[in-house]
Design a protein around this ligand. Structure first.
Ligand code: PHE
Length: 361
């Protein structure tokens, strides 16, 4: 490599053979030659360009032009060689493709099992003529409890069960009332009845919150689907027939159901509906605590006080209501023993519910 002398001048003609030689260099040698010739700090041509200013005026023009012309030729030659090496590299790797390599798996999104259960349940009730309504997750004490006929000293209203919000009470509801995170979707019954006159047939999905531990069978926030039908002449027979039909559509056409007496302040009479255990089909297993049954929802005839609180005449109208928990139902349907699986977002768990679970492409 011709070197610049200590003043920076270079014998430009001596550099010319290097131009032709670039075409044979490999990538590493090419970069080395680039540094030696055009490197900003000590490249021969860069030093030469910098030395131009030190020449007497009459030499400056010619030498400067020669240095610049040569620099440009080298720059072009480097770019051309880089392009050629690039093309060659691509051709070589394409030819060397190993078509027997396993394809790379691509993630396909899946509908979360709880969302699936919610969508299916809403779909079944839509077929029956129910519409869908939503309500707020932040509620007042009035909507969440008092309008639903909870007596003012009911234990559910205690701080240890309900998440109250540290906000000024709302003036939105009769009597104002503390703000809280709704503990069930039943307040949407009240909002619906106040907003539309009977006949009413609605299902109301949403999240609810309770001061519960987070363990295998509890979570402090979970989904509910509320149902409400109010009209003239609705009886407990309508409740039983509607909910039994739902269970047979959602589980299997042969699924047996049973109703057990229960209590809720906002329904009278009240019941729990059980379905035949989906894992042992009634034989008894650990999942159903050897009863053969699984509880899937609370239900009952709308309490006359609730209708009256919504300015609906309880002498003229009757209705039924129900509430179920899609997280629980998803656990029963898919045989899950820990509710936390439904909250963690672990793709190894969730991909099992995908349409093309875990497949490549
Ligand atoms: N709100 C009740 C609960 O959260 C469920 C329910 C709804 C019961 C409607 C009866 C009627 O447990």
């Amino acid at each position: 490599m011709p070197q610049a002398d200590s003043t920076g001048f270079a014998d430009l003609d001596a550099l010319l053979p290097r131009l032709g030689a670039l075409g044979a260099l490999d990538a590493a040698a090419l970069e080395e030659a680039h540094v030696a010739l055009l490197g900003r700090k000590a490249g021969v041509l860069m030093l030469a360009a910098r030395s131009v200013a030190t020449l007497p005026l009459e030499q400056r023009k010619a030498y400067g032009a020669a240095v610049n012309a040569l620099k440009r030729r080298f720059e072009d030659a480097f770019a051309a060689r880089r392009d050629a090496l690039d093309v060659e590299h691509r051709r070589r790797t394409a030819a060397g493709l190993d078509l027997t390599m396993p394809g790379r798996g691509r993630w396909i999104g899946a509908v979360h099992p709880v969302s699936r259960v919610v969508d299916e349940i809403l779909g079944i009730f839509r077929e029956l003529g129910f519409s869908v309504a939503l309500g707020p997750e932040v509620e007042t004490e009035w909507y969440n409890f008092l309008a639903l006929n909870f007596p003012p000293d009911h234990p559910a209203m205690e701080m240890h069960d309900t998440l109250y919000l540290d906000l000024p009470p709302s003036g939105e509801a009769p009597g104002g009332g503390e703000l809280l995170l709704r503990t069930h979707t039943s307040p949407v019954q009240i909002r619906t009845l106040l907003a539309s006159r009977p006949p009413v047939r609605v299902v109301m999905p949403g999240m609810v919150y309770r001061k519960d531990p987070f363990d295998a069978s509890h979570a402090p926030g979970f989904a509910q689907i509320e149902g409400l039908a109010v009209d003239q002449g609705i009886s407990f027979v309508d409740l039983k027939a509607t909910l039994a039909h739902f269970a047979r559509r959602f589980f299997a056409s042969t699924t047996r159901v049973r109703f057990r007496p229960s209590f809720f302040p906002f329904t009278e009479p009240s019941a729990e509906m059980d379905v035949e255990c989906q894992l042992c089909h009634g034989a008894g297993c650990a999942a159903c605590k050897h009863t053969g049954w699984m509880e899937i929802m609370g239900c009952g005839m709308v309490h006359p006080n609730v209708l009256a609180n919504c300015d609906v005449d309880p002498e003229r109208y009757t209705g039924f209501a129900f509430g179920m928990g899609p997280h629980r139902i998803a656990m029963q349907r898919y045989g899950l023993c820990d509710i936390r699986l439904l909250y963690e977002g672990d793709v190894r768990f969730l991909r099992q519910f995908g349409p093309a679970a875990g497949s490549a492409r």
